[in-house]
Design a binder for this molecule. Structure first.
Ligand code: NAI
Ligand code: 15L
Length: 265
């Protein structure tokens, strides 16, 4: 198999459970990690339960790891303190540990909330300024930037995937633009792991949806070609009211509902 050992963090989470099944062909061993219970290790699996904020544990976690899929951490808005522990200290521990372990490539589950304060009529690419919409979004900006620093300083390559909405199907009209099918997610991860050189790449994690806010041409070197489209779910949202609605911030800004959470420092 192409890799000896891949580490998947966040393995007990929504996407982690999907990926656990799908990434097996890529490595002899998949090391699964989360702070939550992950059940028993299956064939070709190793299980390491630990908190990303625990530096010593993370140093051990990275031993012998060739590539990392970093999906662990808090995935919605929370007060700063827990975000800081899991997502900021957590990603800093991860990069220091993977550098020490000689890991060469990382795929970081960033988020559209790193750019959530852009208007839905603005088309963004990898060079657009970040505009976080939450402490959560800020922590993703930190993750993208520590990835850049470790690339510039040490040559550790990272693909930062600004995931839109990766769920079985879109849950509202906004997600018609941001939807990212599980099959397309797996395909983008495959492209990101196997592309010969990725440096520090930012790519938007979305399917081939009809109405999109993001342009991935600057990430063309990954060779990612989405196969799914949210169009198949258009019948779920027949409401033809104006979008964005002038008086509803959840439709005006790309971050959607995250715009309703005030800072809860
Ligand atoms: P999730 O919340 O279901 O999974 C995250 C996992 O991380 C959980 O199992 C949790 O126990 C673990 N975790 C939290 N704090 C931890 C810590 N301190 N140490 C170790 N593990 C910890 O979220 P989901 O949907 O699976 O997302 C996975 C990743 O993708 C997250 O980083 C999220 O921010 C990102 N993402 C997901 C999107 C989606 O549409 N599902 C959209 C954008 C980003
Ligand atoms: C995210 O970053 C969250 O992890 C996920 O739960 C969704 O809210 C998603 O963004 C989204 O914007 O739809």
């Amino acid at each position: 198999k192409p890799f000896k050992r891949i580490l998947l963090t966040g393995a007990a989470g929504g996407l982690g459970k999907v990926l656990r099944e799908r990434i097996k062909p890529w490595a002899d061993v998949v090391r699964l990690s989360d702070v939550a219970d992950m059940g028993e290790a299956g064939p070709g699996e190793e299980i390491v339960q630990c908190d990303l904020a625990d530096k010593e544990a993370v140093l051990k976690l990275l031993e012998g790891v060739d590539a990392v899929l970093h999906f662990g951490g808090i995935s919605t808005e929370k007060p700063f303190e827990p975000i800081m522990q899991a997502n900021i200290l957590g990603v800093a521990n991860l990069y220091e540990a993977l550098h020490k372990a000689g890991t060469k490539r990382v795929i970081f589950a960033s988020s559209n909330h790193a750019i959530g304060y852009h208007h839905v009529n603005t088309v963004l690419d990898a060079n657009s300024p970040t505009r976080p919409d939450s402490y959560y979004g800020l922590s993703k900006v930190f993750g993208e930037q520590i990835a850049r620093y470790y690339f510039d300083r040490f040559g550790v390559e990272t693909v930062c995937v600004r995931i839109g909405s990766s769920f079985p199907e879109p849950a509202n009209k906004r997600m018609m633009s941001t939807w990212f099918s599980y099959d397309d997610l797996v395909e983008l991860l495959r492209c990101s792991l196997f592309a010969p050189r990725v440096g520090h790449t930012i790519v938007y994690g979305m399917s081939d949806n009809d109405s999109v806010w993001w342009d991935n041409r600057l990430a063309a070197h990954l060779g990612y070609k989405p196969k799914d489209s949210s169009a198949q779910f258009a019948h779920l949202f027949p409401d033809s009211s104006e979008f964005p609605a002038k008086d509803d911030v959840t439709t005006i800004y790309q971050g959607g509902k995250f715009l309703l959470d005030g800072p809860q420092y």
